[in-house]
Design a protein around this ligand. Structure first.
Ligand SMILES: CC(C)(COP(=O)(O)OP(=O)(O)OC[C@H]1O[C@@H](n2cnc3c(N)ncnc32)[C@H](O)[C@@H]1OP(=O)(O)O)[C@@H](O)C(=O)NCCC(=O)NCCS
Length: 303
């Protein structure tokens, strides 16, 4: 086989890249980059998503798919049939961490100079190569999944599929959970617009956003689930409970609702990954029947 070449895809290529990435998701495989991760990134629009991606192809066959989720974090999935392929690993390694560090970075370089993180779960050869070059283990993450071949109970919360009219409520809950600061008119305008962009973007056909209401019909919890197609693991990204309403079982209920939604979409399991330090998230998913798997760590370059 000839050498794999790295390229930045066009926005028009995103659906076909998503289809390849879907085919790499398996219940017993690693929780690596998922189409749902691309979907969540597509809040920024298709062009920005394509620009943030790096694709390694050989003879038109896609062998690795990367998303620059921030300028110093590359999240990567490698075709499971090539996870032990050292020539692919060597090519990706040289694109990620060129030996000639004195040379100016290429236009489509993966990283600039300085520190960088690679998430390459399941990419056995690449991980070994980067470790050999002095890349160190970063903070631990906990992947969790729930088997959807078994029945999923009804959540203890009223949960609706969020449509365009719910964008403001959905984003307000998310903002509160992750930012915890006032949701200004400008913030709202921007985030609502981004939500619409995501929910009508190149991965929207596999997405379902959910909104949970408490007994007084207040929106309190949100999630978006992303199917990778029938009989494959679907992803939760994100899950959030409004800061004023945490600790009342809504996170657990929403994770159950997400599992149920994915089951209805034909997924074989519901998968999620969280920093192990996010004790509340690990506890909420575990309480919702998600089984924690072995912790995983990204690789960090400190140079
Ligand atoms: C993570 C999050 C969704 C949990 O939602 P929540 O409504 O507060 O959690 P719940 O009340 O449903 O709690 C579910 C379980 O987790 C436990 N739990 C919740 N917070 C906890 C904490 N800080 N420490 C330990 N356990 C905790 C609860 O005791 C409960 O356990 P039980 O069911 O065995 O009694 C919420 O904290 C949040 O939105 N955080 C910010 C966004 C985030 O981190 N999302 C997840 C990213 S992957």
């Amino acid at each position: 086989m000839s050498t794999a070449q790295m390229a930045v895809p066009t926005a028009a290529e995103l659906p076909s890249i998503g289809a390849v990435l879907d085919s790499w998701q398996t219940d017993d495989g690693p929780l690596h980059l998922h189409t749902g991760d691309l979907g969540w990134y597509s809040l920024r629009d298709s062009e920005a998503t394509a620009q943030a991606m790096r694709i390694w192809r050989c003879d038109d066959k896609v062998l690795a798919i990367g998303l620059l989720d921030g300028e110093d974090l590359l999240r990567l999935a490698v075709d499971p049939d090539f996870s032990h392929d050292d020539s692919l690993a060597q090519q990706i390694e040289s694109d990620i961490d060129p030996s000639d560090s004195a040379a100016p970075p290429l236009d489509n370089a993966v990283f600039g100079k300085g520190s960088a993180i690679v998430e390459a779960r399941g990419a056995t050869c690449l991980v070994a190569r980067l470790a050999e070059r002095g890349w160190e283990a970063d903070e631990p993450w906990t992947p969790l999944n729930r088997d959807l071949n078994l029945p999923v109970e009804a959540p203890d919360l009223r949960v609706e599929v969020a449509g365009p009219d719910n964008a403001e409520a959905w984003t307000a809950v998310h903002w509160s959970a992750f930012r915890g600061m006032p949701y200004t008119v400008d913030d709202k305008q921007r985030f609502v617009q981004r939500w619409h962009t995501m929910m009508s973007g190149p991965f929207s056909s596999c997405a379902q956003s959910l909104l949970g209401y408490d007994h007084s019909d207040q929106p309190v919890a949100v999630t978006t689930v992303w199917s990778a197609g029938p009989n494959r693991p679907g992803l939760l990204e994100p899950l959030a409970v409004h800061r004023d309403h945490q600790g009342h079982g809504y996170g657990k209920a929403m994770a159950i609702a997400a599992a149920r939604a994915l089951q209805q979409l034909g997924s074989s399991s519901a998968a999620v990954g969280t920093e192990s330090s996010n004790v509340a998230a690990v506890a909420a998913y575990s309480s919702a029947g998600f089984a924690p798997r072995t912790e995983v760590r990204d690789l960090r370059r400190n140079r």
